[in-house]
Each structure stands twice: as C-alpha cells, then as structure tokens.
Design a protein around this ligand. Structure first.
Ligand SMILES: C[S@@+](CC[C@H](N)C(=O)[O-])C[C@H]1O[C@@H](n2cnc3c(N)ncnc32)[C@H](O)[C@@H]1O
Length: 278
C-alpha cells in the first residue's frame, strides 16, 4: 500500500461496497475521525495525521467521543421529546456505533433521515449500509452549497420541507474557514421555518493553550482544517434562533445522561447547542 497514491474501497476494505477512488496522498476528515473513534476505515496517511493530534493533546479521541455522545443525546431528545420526525445530517461521517437513523428510529421507526457527505468512502459505506432502507438515504453534496441539499430530489422524497425538521451540523463547521463557515451557517438557517431545529457542535477555544495547540496540529498536521472558535464566534452560528435549554455550552453539559462522561479530560474543548427557529 505504501507506493500507491489511490485505491478502491474493495482493495483496502471489506470488499462489499462499490469501489470509489480513495486519495491516499492526503488524510481525509472522515477517515481520521473514524480512526480516533476506534473504527476500521482508515489508512496510514490518516493515522499519521492523527498522530500529530495525539502529540498535541493525547486525549484527542475523547473529543470525538464527547461529540458523538452529545449528538446521540440531541437526536434522542429531538425525536422523543420534541417530536421531530425528519432529520438532515450534514457531514454525517462514516457509519459508526449509534448512527443517527438508528438512534432516531429506535424511538420511532417512521423517522426519515437524509445523510449528506462529500467523502467517497462515506458515500460508499453509507449507501451499502442503507441499501434496503426506505426511510433513510445518503446523498453526495457539498455542505458549502446547502441549497443544493434542500432541492435534491432524494431529499424531497423523504423530507417534507413544509413540516418541522431538524438539521444536524455536528463537527463540520470547524472544518470550514471563517468566511465560509458563517456564510454556510446563515444559508442553513435560511432553510429553516418556524418549528425547525438545528444542532451545531464545534471545537471550542475557551482560552486555554490546548485549543491553540490542537488547532495548529489540525492545520499543520496534514488535514489543513480544524478551527477552534471562541464562545462569541460560536454564538454567531445561531443568530436569529432561539437556543433550547441549556443553551450553548460545553458538549458534555448538554442534557447529560448516565452515559455522558463526567470527567472528560477535554470537556472544555468542545461546544454544542441546539436551537429552534422561532
Ligand atoms: C468530523 S466528521 C463528523 C461526522 C459526524 N457529523 C459527527 O459529528 O460525528 C466531518 C464529516 O464532514 C464531512 N465533510 C467535510 N467537509 C464537507 C463538505 N464540504 N461537504 C460535505 N461533507 C463534508 C467529512 O467527509 C466528514 O465525514
């Protein structure tokens, strides 16, 4: 594998998915994230980029776990307590333990979910996982063009945009530069109508040196993206929306349950909030 610059998913992985071209010269966010979460869909180039993160903050994998954990609680709350039955998950990532549609459909099997990503491996594995699904789909789109997601015919098949829906933007906006991230967040908010919800979670710069060190490792360690933003910068993503209790805060403080770690060593490096369009 060392002398290759690309390979197909069949060559490198389980052979059950179509063969997208995978660029092995650069790490991918999706594969690196899968690696730090303990998954199997990653390559040497991704592990090298992860090593730079671990060098900066050895507990980096807990950051990803804290994010997944908050995502789980938010999805369960949206479906069980708010009654949301339609979800659009932007930058959904490789299938993992506790996928959004599984969490939501465990509460109500009729929940519809549209997954969106632009990584070829995510698309291949997502589609393989969902091949028999009628309530869930995966579309290839760029979150930097959110309108294309909401006008996609496959979104229209599953999401009735006249009824309440929730948009998930978990661990995605911090991979976009400032001007793009705020623009995209505004364009996502523009898709919401009263009664719709959005979950946004991001790396947080809470004025401690580790945030800057980890940001540097993300930016210089091969991935090239990964911004740690201050509370004020995070708040801008929710402009014009009503924050749901407990508001924007550390991810682990968002409606914690018995599975939420109370002693995460990276508690202060991740922010999350859920908001409603009034
Ligand atoms: C860190 S993962 C987050 C996965 C999941 N949302 C979560 O929070 O567990 C970021 C995902 O966003 C995807 N992504 C990054 N930039 C994207 C873009 N411009 N358009 C669509 N997906 C993108 C990556 O491929 C990756 O799967």
């Amino acid at each position: 594998m060392e002398d290759r610059t690309s390979l197909s998913a069949e060559q490198g992985l389980d052979g059950e998915v179509p063969a997208p071209e995978i660029d092995l010269t650069r790490p991918s966010i999706a594969r690196l994230y899968d690696y730090v979460l303990g998954g199997k869909q990653h390559f040497e180039v991704d592990r090298r980029a992860a090593a730079a993160l671990y060098e900066a903050v050895p507990e980096t994998s807990q950051l990803a776990k804290d994010n997944r954990n908050q995502l789980r609680r938010a999805v369960q709350w949206l479906v069980r307590d708010v009654g949301i039955r339609q979800i659009v998950d932007l930058g959904s990532g490789l299938p993992t333990v506790g996928n959004v549609h599984e969490l939501a459909q465990a509460v109500d099997p009729r929940v519809h979910v549209v997954y969106v990503d632009n990584d070829p491996l995510v698309l291949a594995h997502g589609r393989a996982l969902l091949s028999d699904e009628t309530t869930t789909t995966m579309i290839a789109a760029d979150v930097r063009e959110p309108e294309t997601i909401f006008t996609d015919p496959r979104t229209a098949e599953l999401i009735d945009l006249d009824r309440p829906f929730a948009v998930i933007a978990a661990s995605i906006l911090h991979h976009l530069d400032d001007d793009v991230a705020y623009d995209v967040a505004g364009r996502i908010r523009a898709q919401l109508h009263p009664g719709c919800y959005v979950l946004i979670s991001n790396f947080l710069d809470d004025d401690e040196p580790r945030a800057k060190e980890l940001e540097r490792a993300f930016l210089d360690g091969g991935l090239g993206t990964g911004r740690f933003r201050t509370w004020d910068e995070q708040r801008r993503f929710f402009e014009g929306l009503e924050m749901v209790e407990p508001g924007l805060g550390y991810a682990n403080d968002w409606r914690p349950d018995h599975l939420t770690p109370s002693d995460s060593p990276v508690h202060t490096l991740y922010a999350a909030g859920v908001a409603r369009k009034p």
